[in-house]
Design a protein around this ligand. Structure first.
Ligand code: NAI
Length: 714
């Protein structure tokens, strides 16, 4: 029995309980589903047994009903209470405080989950007790985590009760993925709306998660824009209508005081959380609870691109209301029908959420996503030194742009990264993305370029909707705190006064790089682009705003105006473009955060780091630029091929882990690997690769002998 409970402790969901009559008392066979329980990490489903003589009573009292099931209560400590009345579960103000309490709590965690579920039921009729002749097979087929469809082999069909429930022919995951891919291709070729492809993929995810991630991993280049930006933007706009199946967790302003206990409603271990408050989704504005779509899409990429286990990711939407009138007036809107919280009330929600996550999953990484600028910076500042967290819009974007600039230096033929000091940057957009980018570039100009802080400011011209920002600008605090040092350093002159136009700034600054994070479509006009082409042999042009409809220019605009000479990288995807005059083809790179965040997250989690440092981000950027091949550089690529994302992420993770070790943040086991490694980080790379989740079907049953042995041992 002790062995039984030890196993139960490791599992999260009891799906099947069945009674087998045996000499000396019936045996209860519990079929547990758990990604964590296995003798090898490849097994995700197992069966094991223990004994009991009683099943449920038909008493209506939920507590007695649970007691009637004799397997569990016998093992409860004498001071155990009904978990539904347990105040350290239900009262968020008093979570387990001491280590002993925590251990005790963890010990009975799965038991509490189970008891909690049962105690919520009102009558015995509502409890589904599965016996030997119920439809275990159908249950498995309808569970997206374990379902393999036609991919169950003969032995599994037999043992899991699936035989006859799926068509007789066996197809491997490779063949299944090929079939679904053909459907996607047919949709693409018939010019079906991208949102149709998004829905097709979501339906697959609802049926068979392994196959979904396999497809996504095999075709990440083409599917990332379907699963994430730009298509996910459309999905978020219509999220209430598309809502089919609950995914992730919502925490609302009404949950204050309950968030700690709510985290225990989630099924198991979590390594990474992506959280949004839906206040600025992909530049589409305030989408409230519809922001959940972005957290889900992002985590799909963490799985496909980084190799996180899909069972260990948690998408979160903080529903603190919305100021979006059309959502408030929409009778089908799934979020809270109230105005957005502001000030102290808003930060109370954030704070309780952060503490609840850290309490429940102390090692989990929290990634902030699509928070509006006025909160994004403050939240990051508040937590970055105490929590393992980062903001992808600010830091991820900045790192990927830095990687793009390092890549551009290679295309320009620079001998090393120090030549970044010769670049003059015009940044259009002083929001969280824009300022995150220039802050990181500024540091790179100092560190790689060897300039002083003051000298480095001279390389930057910052613009917002009112034109050039100079020392004469009255800034709004704390909203524009990040702008202040750049504004102070940029003295207004007659030539370039405060508010100067973009064309004037480009012309008079003689800038070499034009960056856009303004959300203004067409901001880089033909005149501006032409001017960039006139003053630079290879102008750097990065229109980073998302989605495509917000991009500052298209690849075609840039190629046309610069005769295909531009080093181009955008936030949303564009096709390579041909110049009309010389016919030269300009490479359209995508400065996709996907290059950074999966590897950064993986490295941070694997290293056991406590925080994400600025240097980890810079190391990630360097890792990406270092992966460029000579051939790619010749073609004007500033990023490696996205289809290599698994390896790119592993390389990024290696650098992040090494950086964590340098900072004294890495766990001992990882430091040992680094200490015994060669100059190419061979061992560390292998360690990371081994840790990556691979979407393959795993064997799903233990041999019958194993079950018998467990029963006999008992
Ligand atoms: P935001 O709304 O906070 O900031 C926009 C900024 O643009 C403001 O400072 C505004 O004054 C400025 N602006 C508006 N009109 C302008 C004009 N005519 N000229 C110059 N500046 C102007 O937005 P946030 O969060 O900073 O994001 C900006 C864009 O960056 C979004 O489209 C977002 O999708 C994109 N982004 C791109 C990423 C990537 O490429 N990897 C990642 C994250 C964000």
């Amino acid at each position: 029995m002790r062995a039984f409970l030890r196993l139960a402790k490791k599992t999260t969901t009891t799906t099947t309980l069945t009674t087998i009559p045996r000499k000396g008392g019936d045996v209860v066979v519990a079929l547990f589903f758990s990604p964590r329980f296995s003798s090898s990490s490849s097994s995700r489903l197992c069966a094991f047994t223990s004994s009991a003589t009683t099943t449920l009573t038909d008493d209506d009292d939920p507590k007695k009903e649970v007691d009637g099931f004799s397997v569990f209560p016998q093992e409860l400590p004498s001071n155990a209470r009904d978990p539904s009345k347990d105040d350290f579960i239900n009262d968020a103000t008093s979570p387990p405080r001491t280590r002993e309490q925590q251990l005790e709590y963890n010990k009975h965690e799965s038991l509490r989950d189970w008891l909690g579920r049962q105690s919520r039921k009102r009558s015995v009729d509502e409890i589904v007790v599965l016996t030997g002749n119920i439809h275990r097979g159908s249950e498995i087929l309808h569970n997206a985590v374990y379902n393999k469809g036609t991919g169950f082999n003969h032995s599994e069909r037999e043992r899991l009760g699936v035989r006859g429930l799926v068509p007789p022919r066996y197809f491997s995951i490779k063949e299944q993925a090929e079939k679904v891919w053909q459907q996607q291709v047919a949709m693409r070729e018939s010019n079906a709306a991208k949102i149709g492809r998004w829905r097709h993929l979501q339906a697959l995810k609802d049926r068979n998660e392994t196959l979904f991630y396999r497809l996504l991993q095999d075709h990440v280049e083409e599917l990332a824009p379907v699963i994430y930006t730009p298509t996910v933007g459309e999905a978020c706009l219509n999220y209430s209508r598309f809502f089919r199946r609950a995914r992730g967790m919502y925490f609302t302003k009404d949950d204050v005081g309950h968030m700690h206990s709510m985290t225990y409603n989630w099924r198991g271990d979590v390594k990474i959380v992506v959280v949004t408050d839906g206040s600025r989704v992909l530049g589409l504005g305030d989408l409230g609870a519809h922001g959940m779509g972005i957290s889900i899409g992002k985590l799909d990429l963490y799985v496909a691109g980084g190799g996180f286990d899909p069972q260990e990711v948690l998408p979160v939407c903080l529903d603190v209301g919305t100021n979006n009138k059309s959502l408030l007036n929409d009778k089908w809107y799934v979020g809270l029908n109230s105005q957005r919280l502001e000030g102290g009330d808003y930060y109370r929600v954030i704070d309780e959420f952060m503490r609840a996550i850290r309490h429940r999953w102390p090692k989990a990484l929290i990634q902030f996503e699509d928070f509006q600028t006025k909160h994004a910076l403050e939240i990051l500042t508040n937590y970055r030194n105490d929590y393992l967290c980062f903001n992808d819009d600010i830091q991820g974007t900045a790192a990927v742009v830095l990687a793009g600039v390092y890549g551009a230096l290679k295309v320009l033929g620079a001998k090393d990264r120090s030549e970044i000091r010769n670049q003059k940057f015009v940044m259009c957009g002083a929001g969280s993305a824009g300022m995150g980018i220039v802050s990181m570039l500024h540091k790179a100009v100092m560190k790689s370029g060897g300039l002083s802080e003051e000298e480095a400011y001279d390389n930057f011209f910052i613009m917002d909707n009112n034109g050039l920002i100079t020392n004469e600008r009255e800034l709004e605090f704390p909203r524009e705190a990040a702008v202040e040092p750049f504004a102070k350093a940029r003295k207004a002159t007659k030539e370039l006064p405060d508010g100067a136009s973009l064309l004037d700034v480009v012309t008079k600054s003689k800038c070499t790089a034009l960056l856009g994070a303004s959300t203004v479509n067409g901001l880089f006009t033909e005149d501006v682009l032409r001017q960039m082409g006139e003053q630079n042999e290879r102008p750097i042009i990065f229109p980073l705003s998302n989605p495509t409809s917000n991009a500052e220019c298209t690849s075609e605009d840039a190629a046309k105006a610069t005769d295909g000479r531009a080093i181009f990288s955008s936030g949303s995807p564009f096709e390579d473009a041909k110049s009309g005059v010389s016919g030269r083809v300009m490479r359209a790179n995508q400065g996709n955060n996907l290059y950074i965040f999966p590897g950064l997250g993986l490295g941070a989690v694997l290293s056991g780091a406590k925080t994400i440092s600025e240097e980890m981000l810079v190391s990630s950027a360097k890792a990406i630029a270092d992966m460029l091949t000579e051939d790619q550089i010749r073609k004007g690529c500033v990023f490696p091929m996205i289809k290599e994302i698994r390896n790119i992420s592993a390389r990024v993770a290696v650098r992040v882990i090494k950086q964590a070790a340098e900072e004294g943040q890495a766990k001992r086991s990882v430091v040992k690997i680094i200490e015994s490694d060669d100059e190419h980080d061979t061992k560390l790379f292998k360690y990371v690769k081994r840790a990556q989740y691979v979407p393959e079907y795993r064997p799903t049953v233990f041999p019958v002998e194993e079950i018998r042995k467990t029963v006999d041992d008992y």
